[in-house]
Design a protein around this ligand. Sequence first.
Ligand SMILES: Nc1nc2c(ncn2[C@@H]2O[C@H](COP(=O)(O)OP(=O)(O)O)[C@@H](O)[C@H]2O)c(=O)[nH]1
Ligand SMILES: [Mg+2]
Length: 179
Amino acid sequence: MGQLVTKMMSIFGKQEHKVIIVGLDNAGKSTILYQFLMNEVVHTCPTIGSNVEEIVLRKTHFLMWDIGGQEALRSTWNTYYSNTEFIILVIDSTDRDRLLTTREELYKMLAHEALQDASILIFANKQDMKESMTTVEISQFLTLSAIKDHPWHIQGCCALTGEGLLAGLQWIQSQATAN
Ligand SMILES: Nc1nc2c(ncn2[C@@H]2O[C@H](COP(=O)(O)OP(=O)(O)O)[C@@H](O)[C@H]2O)c(=O)[nH]1
Ligand SMILES: [Mg+2]
């Protein structure tokens, strides 16, 4: 019965929040989504599609789209934008060479009409690696403090252990339920 209600809500309700997970290939997007699915605090519904999962945190439902990050696919990101409330941008914190590319993709997204009302969570992933950049370094390089027209938050994490992931998701959940 509970499951049926959940299904009905997701079909008819407005309670479902659309989240897109973006970032360059190898950043850790799929690993993060997999960790959410494995977490006992986060409830999940059966797989909806190959790259979409429904997860539930404190009765807030999220539809999470894991979008491919290879160069050829980045031009298709905008086909996922409509009705997106949250962007999760995943960064490989060891990938200094491509942080400029990430920066360009970030500002392209923020300027996109369909994402005007979206909030953005940045996961500075792979914090377990010795050579990883800190969240402060990444914030400065991306000039996050200059972003005034979108709520944003940066969270360091390690998708392999799950460290930091729930904190990031909780920020999204608090944004989703704030009025
Ligand atoms: N050391 C380390 N490796 C990670 C972490 N997260 C992901 N990886 C590895 O990075 C590679 C790419 O991860 P994946 O989730 O497939 O990236 P995607 O292309 O963004 O979906 C895989 O080998 C992961 O095991 C992390 O936090 N730390
Ligand atoms: Mg992937």
